[in-house]
Each structure stands twice: as structure tokens, then as C-alpha cells.
Design a protein around this ligand. Structure first.
Ligand SMILES: [Zn+2]
Length: 340
């Protein structure tokens, strides 16, 4: 067997943990077609959406354009049954990559924006997840995401829904969207309230904005993990703070390339993050929108940066440690990883 095949087989066998994965961004073309097969109007929009992704090779002109595409796909997922189907197909996909655990981001904020019932839709999602979990080795928990460029009242509504649905596997509350239009300082009280309710707080930060956005997410919001943190190296003080507090970064390289934040995979600061001692985890973000998967992200990182298998295992170990699993559950996965 060639070295590359050996590495691919090792990557396939790694027990994986994904911490930054949007449900709506995980709807692959085949699922989108399955979803819209009996609805002619939507079917055409789905086909156009898929054709646009393929024609542009999953690249977006800029970050706003990506947010628009995310909005469009969210509109194609209409009913609780639709949400259930995309959940089932996602968990089956995760199983095929030997993802053992995922904290999936559910855009409760988008559901509210569509004027739909979060409770009703999440009930369908959660039932579908339980059914798919019973057939696979995948376990999932949920993070409810508010749109940070909407108002604070919107974020409160998302938080209330997360609190109501905690018994259905919701473990966290987060914010995503346009950092510039929704700065962290607006959400201090919401995150405080999330903590009071026993929910973990996470935030997308330092994706399209500078390192001050990361610092604010940690210092003002108490974010326990940072989504992306792409710009962190621009400020050594923020790097030190993240290292000292052991705040993990949810790094998503293909996402950063496809949304145009960096030009090429080779330009991604991932190896420098590791050299700086940051707690790096590797994630796929919106895999169907970027033509990737968690397994593919690990493969690309291995090839692009010539990472040793030990580094790949370390990235997986970091994800286990950075998850919101219990100490016992983490130990079980770590043992499985050691035996890979
Ligand atoms: Zn994201």
C-alpha cells in the first residue's frame, strides 16, 4: 500500500469529534433534491442553488455572499419533516466518516426569522437525531445559534428556546453572522443569562473581524470556545490569553478559503496556531456549502501541511477535550483514539 493510502486509511479510522458544524450548511445536493422532489417551485430553486455551488467550485465572492447562500438554503428547508430529513442524512454522513460525537449548531435564529416555531421544528430534529443515533455510533448534542447582526431581543428569544429544550440535548448557546454589525458588547447580558441557565457559551469570532473581536468574545461574553479565530495571530496578547485560559479554537480551513477570507489552503495559519500552543480543533463548518467534510478537512490538512499522523491524532484529541462531554465520556473516546 502506498504511504498516501495508509494515511487515508488511518484518517478514515480515527474516531472523530466535530464541534463546529451547522445543520443547514450540511445539506448535500442529493439531500436537497430528496427534500424538494415533490415540490416543483422549490425543486427548481434547489437545482439552481446546487448548480451555482458547483459552477463556482464552492467559492463565494465575499463573506456577505456566503451568508446569502446560507439564507437561501435555509429557506429550502421548510417543514419540521424537512428538518428531520436533513438531520437524519447528516447523522448518516457523520457515521460514514467515523464521527463519534458532534455538537451541531442549529440556527434557531433563522427559524425565528422565518416566523416558524423553534419548539415544533426542534422536536422533529431531536426525534430524527435519536432515531439515527440508535442505528449508528454517532452521538450528537446541539448548540442554538442566534444571528448576531439582528437585535439583542432576537438573541434572547433564541436563548429562551435553548433553555426550554435543554432536556432534548441542547448544551450551548452561540452567536454567528456578521461580527462587524453585531459586536460582542451587545450580548454581555444574554451570555451571562445563558451561564445562569447552565448552558455553555460559544461565539464565532475573528472570522471576518480582527483579534479584538476574539478578545471581546472571551472577556465580555465568557465564550468557552471560539469559532474560527482566524485573525488571532495579529495580536500576540490575544494569543497568550487564549493559551493561558485554554480556550479552544474551532478552525475550519476550507470555510475560510471558500468565503474568501484567505486565498489558499496553504495560506491558512493552522500550523502557526499549533506552534503558538493554541488548542486547535479541526472542523468543517458548512461542509455541503464548501464541498468538504470533517474527514476531508483532516485529509487536506495532512496533505497541505505534511502533518504527521501524531499531529492528526492530537487534533482529534483536542476536539474530544474541547467538547462539552462529561469527563467519563471524554476518557472513553480518548481510549478509542489511542487504540486507532
Ligand atoms: Zn460557523
Amino acid at each position: 500500500m502506498e504511504i498516501e493510502d495508509l494515511l487515508d486509511s488511518y484518517i478514515a479510522r480515527l474516531p472523530k469529534v466535530e464541534l463546529h458544524l451547522h445543520l443547514e450548511g450540511s445539506v448535500r445536493p442529493e439531500t436537497l433534491l430528496e427534500l424538494t422532489q415533490a415540490r416543483s417551485g422549490l425543486r427548481q430553486r434547489a437545482e439552481e442553488w446546487i448548480a451555482a455551488r458547483r459552477a463556482s467550485n464552492y467559492r463565494y465572492g465575499n463573506f456577505r455572499e456566503f451568508l446569502e447562500a446560507f439564507k437561501l438554503v435555509s429557506l429550502l428547508i421548510e417543514t419540521p419533516r424537512d428538518y428531520a430529513l436533513v438531520t437524519t442524512r447528516l447523522i448518516e454522513w457523520l457515521a460514514s466518516q467515523n464521527v463519534r460525537y458532534a455538537e451541531i449548531i442549529f440556527a434557531a435564529g433563522v427559524v425565528l426569522w422565518k416566523k416558524q416555531s423553534v419548539d415544533e421544528i426542534f422536536d422533529a430534529v431531536s426525534n430524527a437525531a435519536e432515531e439515527a443515533e440508535s442505528r449508528t455510533r454517532v452521538r450528537v448534542k446541539w448548540i442554538f445559534d442566534a444571528i448576531r447582526h439582528f437585535d439583542v431581543e432576537h438573541a434572547c428569544e433564541v436563548l429562551n428556546a435553548a433553555a426550554r429544550l435543554r432536556s432534548r440535548g441542547v448544551v450551548g448557546f452561540g452567536i454567528g453572522g456578521d461580527e462587524a454589525r453585531g459586536p460582542a458588547k451587545l450580548f454581555v447580558e444574554v451570555f451571562q443569562e445563558a451561564r445562569n441557565l447552565g448552558l455553555h457559551g460559544v461565539a464565532h469570532a475573528g472570522e471576518a473581524c480582527g483579534p479584538e473581536s476574539i478578545r471581546d468574545a472571551v472577556e465580555l461574553l465568557g465564550a468557552e470556545r471560539i469559532g474560527h479565530g482566524l485573525t488571532v495571530l495579529q495580536n500576540p496578547n490575544v494569543v497568550s490569553m487564549l493559551c493561558e485560559r485554554r480556550i479552544p479554537l474551532e478552525v475550519c480551513p476550507s470555510s475560510n478559503v471558500c468565503t474568501g477570507l484567505i486565498a489558499r489552503w496553504e495560506d491558512h495559519p493552522l500550523p502557526k496556531f499549533l506552534d503558538a500552543g493554541l488548542a486547535v480543533t479541526l472542523n468543517s463548518d458548512d461542509p455541503a456549502m464548501f464541498g468538504t467534510s470533517l474527514e476531508e478537512e483532516i485529509r487536506r490538512a495532512a496533505r497541505c501541511f505534511a502533518f504527521h499522523p501524531k499531529t492528526l491524532a492530537q487534533l482529534c484529541r483536542n476536539a474530544i477535550q474541547a467538547s462539552f462531554l462529561s469527563a467519563d465520556e471524554k476518557r472513553t473516546l480518548e481510549m478509542e483514539l489511542e487504540n486507532t
